[in-house]
Design a protein around this ligand. Structure first.
Ligand code: C5P
Length: 220
């Protein structure tokens, strides 16, 4: 079974996907981390446009399963970088949507993602999984929540690591990213026609998992 989960930042995609992956014995693939890795490369090596595309083309992005955590590993310029934490910084978050709007970067990553999805038993989350990456997924979910609820969740995650960050900064970043992701020309954030929309506002993680399990069970 292949499950595609799309939706805006803070809608709960990664939390829910990890739980479902465990429950259903699927491999979890976080495509947002792949775009974040490209933004990280752009910031670290000060490259943009064609030079960034060339570097991304020559970079291997791997997910390493380590007990309960998944490490994001980059192999580039003959070196190995564990960027699991580095791709979650506010700097990378502020950059990622611009990088993800680049048509050639999307082509490179979409190709990698389609290859990963061909392993069949996967749950993949992102913005264009149901529309572009696995258009024939057996289950397609579009997760959503109000912008305030999404900002509250992201703020709670970030404030532990970045005590100086404010709620408004987090909300601004989410709103800007929503706008760039929705309005870009190539593969914008969009609910696939045949995706089931689940509004997670006011729901607990357990309730969302139960809701999606009902949808999955109908397909089994
Ligand atoms: O899911 P996450 O919030 O980590 O994604 C970070 C960014 O990566 C998104 O805001 C979006 O710009 C980009 N992205 C994308 N397509 C995907 C996954 C993520 O454009 N499939």
């Amino acid at each position: 079974m292949r499950i595609a989960i799309d939706g805006p930042g803070g809608s709960g995609k990664s939390t829910i996907s990890k739980i479902l992956a465990k429950k259903l014995g699927l491999i979890y693939i976080d495509t947002g981390a792949m775009y974040r890795a490209c933004a990280y490369i752009s910031l670290k090596f000060h490259v943009h446009g064609d030079a960034l595309e060339e570097l991304v083309r020559n970079t291997e992005i791997d997910f390493l399963q380590n007990d309960d955590t998944q490490r994001v590993i980059l192999l580039l310029k003959k070196s190995e970088y564990d960027v699991t934490e580095a791709v979650r910084t506010p700097e990378v978050s502020a950059k990622v949507s611009e990088v993800a709007a680049d048509k050639k970067i999307r082509e490179i990553l979409t190709k990698k993602q389609k290859k990963l999805a061909s392993r069949k038993n996967v749950i993949m989350d992102g913005r264009d999984i149901g529309t572009e990456v696995i258009p024939d997924a057996e289950v397609k979910i579009f997760l959503n929540a109000s912008v305030d609820e999404r900002s509250r969740r992201r703020y709670a995650e970030l404030k532990e690591k970045y005590p100086e960050i404010s709620f408004d900064e987090v909300k601004d970043d989410l709103v800007k990213r929503d706008e760039t992701d929705t309005k870009r020309q190539t593969a914008p954030l969009l609910k696939a026609e045949d995706a089931v929309e689940v509004d997670t506002t006011g729901l607990t993680v357990d309730e969302v998992v139960q809701e999606i399990m009902k949808i999955v069970n109908k397909k089994r």
